[in-house]
Write a protein that binds this ligand. Structure first.
Ligand code: 1GP
Length: 248
């Protein structure tokens, strides 16, 4: 079964946690150790990506180190075609739907599509939108941020993603956001759209993760805090347990 199918099947019955590792934030070896840790505490997949990557070689080295140290699916979360790695299992083939730049909406996808086909990594289609505060991803992606309280726009993007045939939808507040996407926005999106919803950006503890899952998030993504703080390593099992216990 391919990875997209596995995610769909699993998130039909339970909430999932994905760990985001940014190759720019630590050495490949350290990334491998983080991946081994997140696997041991029940994260479902490792996403690899970031807004400030330097080279494909940097992504390749990080993906290979992760693959050496853990057996979770490794899914690219790319900021551009030049950061794809043939060593990953899959790629979120996503459009940054609320960017003002055609590059991030469609041109980078066109530039990377033949590489994805020839390397055999599995493309998993996703509509990706950035909500206030947006952080680095919002700035670099030249995004017309969705206002925090504008659930109606978020619903519009989610339905557009669904009608365009995308498989997943991602509500992103930006890595390191001071506050995550609101419960109201998640509830509104899940109330209207029929596709699994990722929520990430600024989710730092078990209670926040539980609330987002209870509001309807199917998949919770955490990233930067994991890289920066060993304290978070102690908290990650609690976050994963809280997501697992959450009810919509
Ligand atoms: C960023 O949503 C992810 O794309 C993760 O955000 O680094 O704040 O956990 P954090």
């Amino acid at each position: 079964m391919d990875i997209g199918d596995r995610i769909c099947r699993e998130c039909a019955t339970r909430k999932l946690h994905f760990s985001l590792i940014d190759p720019d934030k630590q050495s490949p070896e350290a990334a491998g150790k983080i991946a081994s840790f997140v696997e041991s505490v029940g994260s479902f997949a490792v996403m690899v990506g970031g807004s400030t990557l330097l080279s494909q070689a940097q992504v390749d080295a990080t993906v290979m180190a992760i693959k050496r140290q853990c057996e979770l699916p490794v899914i690219l979360f790319p900021s551009g075609a030049r950061f794809l790695s043939r060593y990953a299992d899959a790629v979120f083939f996503m459009s940054l739907m609320n960017s003002r730049r055609l590059e991030f909406v469609m041109r980078e996808q066109v530039a990377g599509s033949l590489f994805v086909k020839q390397s055999g990594i599995e493309p998993i289609s996703m509509g990706y939108v950035i909500v206030e505060p947006g952080m680095t991803a919002g700035r670099i992606g030249e995004v017309d941020l969705i206002k925090k309280d504008d659930a109606r726009s978020a619903v519009g993007y989610a339905l557009a993603a669904q009608f365009l045939g995308m498989r997943f939808f991602y509500l992103e507040a930006g890595s390191g956001a001071s506050s995550p996407v609101s419960d109201e926005m998640i509830r509104a999106v899940k109330g209207q759209a029929g596709l699994p919803v990722f929520v990430g950006g600024g989710i730092r503890d078990a209670e926040m993760a539980r609330q987002k899952a209870a509001a309807g998030a199917d998949i919770i993504v955490t990233g930067s805090a994991l890289e920066a703080s060993s304290d978070f390593r102690q908290r990650l099992p609690g976050i994963i347990a809280a997501i697992g216990g959450a009810k919509d």
